[in-house]
Design a protein around this ligand. Structure first.
Ligand code: AR6
Length: 175
């Protein structure tokens, strides 16, 4: 495992990093899961920032990522990305999930961030198979870290035990 990758179990909204990544929806309208936790802990400013983006650009396309400030969160920024809904695997889900990680990392780089935390994008209500999603997340982050030295710490934070165990297993293998 890269020394720069850390695996945690818990609530992403409690972390103090340069940016936490949110698993949002196309309208940036808030919702349940990690999105709900981030909006609740970040306060009403988060919805305001999101509605400004929605007004300007219509929201966020699947696989893309947008940046807001973090409101009341301990973290300075939120990178909102929209994962694909799993529809069996033949609807570019893999490519779109890769794009979520890549575009989030690119935004972090553009804004000179040193630390970023990812939840397990798409593996909740969007139904992406957890093991396949974890392989993608780890591969994309590892590749990015090889070519970009400015990012010092990437955290994968898992809320559920199943995802935590999957990440733990894969990260031990790629160490
Ligand atoms: N911290 C970290 N991870 C969490 C937290 C938390 N506080 N809460 C849940 N998770 P989901 P999706 C994990 O459903 O599948 C929203 O309504 C959870 O265990 O949050 O990308 C949005 O508005 C799971 O592994 O996101 C969208 O409409 C992972 O986060 C839709 O859900 C992702 O689960 C996005 O669905």
């Amino acid at each position: 495992m890269s020394k720069k990758i850390t695996l945690l179990k818990g609530d992403i909204a409690t972390l103090k990093v340069d940016a936490v990544v949110n698993a949002a929806n196309n309208m940036l309208a808030g919702g349940g899961g990690v999105d709900g936790a981030i909006h609740k802990a970040g306060g009403p400013l988060i919805a305001k920032y999101c509605s400004e983006i929605r007004r300007e650009t219509g929201g966020c396309k699947t696989g893309e990522a947008v940046l807001t400030l973090g409101g009341n969160l301990p973290s300075k920024y939120i990178i909102h990305t929209v994962g694909p809904v799993w529809k069996g695997g033949k609807f570019r889900e893999e490519e779109l999930l890769k794009n979520c990680y890549r575009n989030s990392l690119m935004l972090a780089k553009e804004h000179h961030m040193k630390s970023i935390a990812f939840p397990n994008i798409s593996t909740g209500v969007y139904g992406y198979p957890k093991e396949a999603a974890a392989e993608i997340a780890i591969e994309e982050v590892s590749n990015f870290l090889k070519n970009n030295k400015s990012l010092e710490n990437v955290i994968f934070i898992c809320f559920d035990r199943e995802n935590f165990d999957i990440y733990n297993k894969i990260l031990k293998r790629v160490k």
